[in-house]
Design a protein around this ligand. Sequence first.
Ligand code: HEC
Ligand code: HEC
Ligand code: HEC
Length: 442
Amino acid sequence: PPPRARVLMRTLAAAALAAAGGLGAATLPWRAAIPPIPRPDPAVFSAATLARGEALAHLGACFACHTATDGVPLAGGRPIATPFGTITSPNITPDPETGLGAWSYPAFERAMREGLHRDGRHLYPAFPYTSYAKATDADLQALYAFLMSVPAVRNPTPPAALAFPFDQRPLMALWNTAFHRAQPFVPDPSRSDLWNRGFYLVEGLGHCSACHSPRNPLGAEEKGAAHLSGGTGDGWEAPALTTANRAPVPWDEAAFYDYLRTGWSPHHGAAAGPMAEVVAGLKALPDADIRAMAHYLADLDGPRPDAATIAARAAAVEAEAAARAATPVSLAGARMFAGACAVCHEPGQGGPLHGVRPSLATVTALQSDSPETVLRVILEGSHPAGLAGIAALGAMPAFAEHLSDWQIAELARYLRHRFAPARAPWSDLDATVARLRAGAAP
Ligand code: HEC
Ligand code: HEC
Ligand code: HEC
């Protein structure tokens, strides 16, 4: 059998043994249905509860996954690609037949903590209940209230299209035994309130690890030192948030705060791709929450350098990139950069003009082993201003229509050499551009 199926069998055998040892209801392949209820009247919820629920729905990105392209918000229908096949997100508006209208709060809470449909069937962890399980009762109640208050839309969900044996939902009981702990958040009394709040937001409804942690062959997030050490989201590389991050200038609390609050940080550039959507969702949170998240992230695996060290490092990185402009690895790439990119990206005399001329010397994506993020941004452009209102930054146009595969590959070769002097050159650039242009999965 293929490696993934072999790992599955081994893990499931181990989980089955644990189950036989009696770990309780969580390991049962079928669970009881929770009886349907008449759709709750949203008028019973206070305006404050509904507002809080809406902000939490943005933090949890419920809108991002449960809304189809050009679809009704939360009515489902967005295909979520996984290594095991495609799962279409269900309708979570309060329609009684095709949405959550007949779900009581206990049924909703059980879904969020244990990954179960109201009828008792297991849900797949493409739905990040493994993170949501940490939410407090009060937050889940507010989320439930908000979901019951949005317009009900009839929209049946197509069944998941997964390969055998992953199409067998009862097996998820064993997966949960092996990989999921449905424990709500318990504050760590040895840490500050700020740190605990940050932990709660990042590791709970914020589900940052869903994209930023690597996953094992069975799709479970790796823990321990691998936690938040880099993963993928929607086919994009999501860099490490730990000190394993490759940004030439290290991230500190202030940089995390700027980036999460505005979608842009002077030493790191703008959030592109799926991260732009995440930052847009964070807009709903008060400043204190964003500060708490930044505080927690900056403490993930040891202290970060102080502000003076960071400023010195940024100056050194910019100086080196400027010096290397004189010896380009590709003349064609250098010419195209001068013609198409320099107007926005070449720092003026006397140092980089951050904001108006975003520097490429500090962008993490240029340091990655994979050129995909850089190639995608050249093909599709980047629209940070639209998301965070950093008007001075402007947007980057898409070059897919204007440059050939070969031109984009030469540009990427030039950028890598100039802005990532410590990294090996990228290979297979032409083929990767062609694949990305065709929209094919990696
Ligand atoms: C990364 C994508 C993603 C995000 C983010 C997400 N969901 Fe889902 N959700 C799914 C998918 C996919 C399923 C269906 C899983 C399955 O069929 O096994 C699902 C299922 C559900 C279900 C079960 C519904 C049913 O009919 O079985 C509920 C309830 C739910 N999500 C609520 C939420 C809420 C509330 C949020 C925000 C806090 C949220 N989801 C965020 C992808 C997501
Ligand atoms: C849907 C997947 C997804 C989720 C969920 C997600 N991220 Fe990201 N994140 C990404 C991707 C993809 C990038 C790279 C974007 C780019 O290159 O512009 C990224 C980039 C980042 C960066 C910049 C890293 C760098 O070195 O450039 C930070 C910081 C970050 N995310 C923090 C978070 C936090 C905090 C959360 C949780 C609140 C989170 N992310 C949730 C996908 C995700
Ligand atoms: C009209 C101005 C403009 C032009 C022209 C432009 N860019 Fe950009 N570019 C931006 C802005 C704005 C951003 C987002 C800010 C940031 O990431 O710092 C950006 C971001 C980037 C990023 C970083 C993506 C990330 O993950 O953070 C890369 C790489 C990039 N541009 C390459 C290019 C290349 C190559 C060209 C020429 C083909 C080009 N740009 C032309 C404005 C421009």
